[in-house]
Design a protein around this ligand. Structure first.
Ligand code: SAH
Length: 211
């Protein structure tokens, strides 16, 4: 299979929906086939989520592009991702930000993502385990936080890890369907923008759902 060609076809199909000119070139630098199980490699450039084991999924490429765009990255940011999973979104973020921290609650996924991202030569990514609080307070504050699992609400613990002027992009709703939100804390109250419907696996643990 010609992965490079399949990747280009997928990226061309996203041109009408993604406006920020930095996003699709970043996606074209990350080989999604490396982030999926070998038996699913031939589907790596279908625009849909794929199973990565442990009941988890690698997000749909369109959603990865949309969420990345929503973070409004310019290159100098320190970003936190909650939910490393395959590490695909982590790599896309690392293409566009200065440094990326990513937390994952399933140790096996965190380990394989870490090995792969190291092998690919990323030096600006730090992966860690999920702790007692949502996010990764020890490395806070962040310019931008991206949650890649469905949350029941916008938890204050995450907002507390943002720098002034920072933004949180997070799918909020039920366990089955959510709305993607961009939350920007302001002195006058949080600004909340709705970016469209989506479907993610649930966020599990403190501030979210039980397993
Ligand atoms: N960005 C990933 C998405 C993986 S799915 C990718 O594109 O591959 C969401 C991931 O969030 C799962 O791997 C799941 O284990 C993880 N997760 C769920 N709750 C979490 C929590 N509280 N902290 C960290 N990771 C969590």
């Amino acid at each position: 299979m010609d992965f490079a060609r399949a990747r280009q076809t997928l990226i061309d199909s996203l041109r009408n929906s993604i406006e920020d000119p930095r996003i699709l070139p970043a996606l074209s630098r990350v080989a999604r086939e490396l982030f999926v199980p070998s038996e699913l490699q031939s589907s790596a450039y279908d625009d849909r989520p794929l199973n990565i084991g442990f009941g988890q999924t690698i997000s749909q490429p369109y959603i990865v592009a949309l969420m990345t765009q929503a973070l409004q990255l310019e290159g100098c940011e320190k970003v936190l991702e909650v939910g490393t999973g395959s590490g695909y979104q982590t790599a896309v973020l690392a293409e566009l930000a200065n440094s990326v921290y990513s937390v994952e609650r399933i140790a096996e996924l965190a380990e394989s993502a870490k090995l792969l991202l190291e092998k690919l030569g990323y030096r600006n990514i730090t992966i860690g385990p999920a702790g007692e609080k949502l996010g990764w307070p020890a490395n806070a504050p962040y310019d931008a936080i991206l949650v890649t699992a469905a949350a029941p609400g916008v938890h204050q613990d995450l907002l507390d890890q943002l720098k002034e002027g920072g933004r949180l992009v997070i799918p909020v709703g039920s366990r089955w369907e959510q709305e993607l939100l961009r939350v920007t804390p302001r002195k006058s109250g949080n600004r909340v923008e709705k970016l469209g419907g989506c479907r993610f696996v649930p966020l599990i643990g403190p501030g979210a759902w039980q397993e």
